[in-house]
Design a protein around this ligand. Structure first.
Ligand code: ZN
Length: 154
């Protein structure tokens, strides 16, 4: 088990665009395992590779009941509706704000075996898909926030 250091805003790496993974090498498999360990330890819902300083299109999302799913080269292929909820980010500790996101989001990606799969999320998972995929393009939720909340009220 290896814990990775989570970069914090305004680290410039968080603002860069990540490159696709062209082969699922042992190095990528280790990255995924380490990201899962790091996400579990941080008690977050999702983690994107640029948050641990690796500019590759890999995210991990907690799909519920502790099932951490890797998404390699993820793309949003369908969205529906909208929701406004409170979001935070492991790279922006101590902050939270209200962000508008789609209500339903379907993502297509590769798993660590290199198989294409699709996953659909609502509520927290839908927000997490959008939030984590934004990280791959150097976008943070604080760029999209409608209203930052008073930290005292969190
Ligand atoms: Zn984040």
């Amino acid at each position: 088990m290896a814990l990775l250091k989570i970069l914090r805003d305004p680290d410039p790496t968080l603002r860069k665009t990540s490159r696709p993974v062209d082969a699922i090498t042992p190095r990528i498999r280790v990255l995924i395992e380490d990201m899962k360990d790091t996400l579990r330890k941080a008690e977050g819902v999702g983690l994107a590779a640029p948050q641990v300083g690796v500019l590759r299109r890999v995210v991990i999302v907690d799909m519920g009941k502790g099932k951490l799913q890797e998404f390699i080269n993820p793309e949003i292929i369908y969205t529906e509706g909208k929701q406004e909820e409170v979001e935070g980010c492991l790279s922006c500790p101590g902050k939270a704000g209200i962000v508008e996101r789609p209500a339903v989001v379907t993502v297509r990606a590769l798993n660590v075996q290199g198989q294409t799969f699709e996953a659909t999320g609502t509520e927290l998972i839908a927000r997490c898909f959008c939030h984590e995929l934004d990280h791959l393009d150097g976008v943070l939720y604080i760029d999209k926030v409608k209203e930052m909340l008073d930290p005292e009220e969190n």
